[in-house]
Design a protein around this ligand. Sequence first.
Ligand SMILES: [Zn+2]
Ligand SMILES: [Zn+2]
Length: 208
Amino acid sequence: MRVIQVPVGELQANTFIVFKDNSKKAFVVDPGADIEKIWSRLEYEGISEVTHILLTHGHFDHIGAAAELKSRTGAKVCVHARDLSMLTSNVASLAVFAGVSIEPVEADIVLHGGETIRAADIPVQVLHTPGHSGGSGCYITGDVLFSGDTLFYMSCGRTDFPGSDPDEYHNSLHNVLGGLKKDYTVYTGHGIKTTLRAEFRSNPYLIK
Ligand SMILES: [Zn+2]
Ligand SMILES: [Zn+2]
């Protein structure tokens, strides 16, 4: 499996293009902004079909190019139920607070956590990890975990936004992610990748 990281927008949110080796089918995690940068990378990798757009949450910096990517490819947009309203509201997505406007996009698959979806012929497990936002989630496939703004390299996401909940966040980090049995390469919503084991060893937010 290939994972291509494409940082986009002013906040350098990470978009990921994920596909099986030699496949022309991909899914995209968090097309946050800059559709042309994402599009040229899809073309460069020889991707001709995008089956799903998996959103780790509904904040504007993770969804900004979702509408255009969906209209170009027909990909199904997936988001957790509790962040659904963010896809059609510049207030809920916090876009207005950053002085930007996001093209609204309809979700095709509303997630609840615990389900497994098949995207680009790859099984992807959905984890609900609320706290940064109510609908924040992580996606697991193979030995890879996409954490969105739930977990960063030696850091974690903010909990001072509308919809944030520090108590839920604590549970998501310590019980949901902490309950995972094996190690994963973690591709984060901003910045460099890490591993779950390294984070539980050294991330100040995860050390008990
Ligand atoms: Zn966020
Ligand atoms: Zn973010």
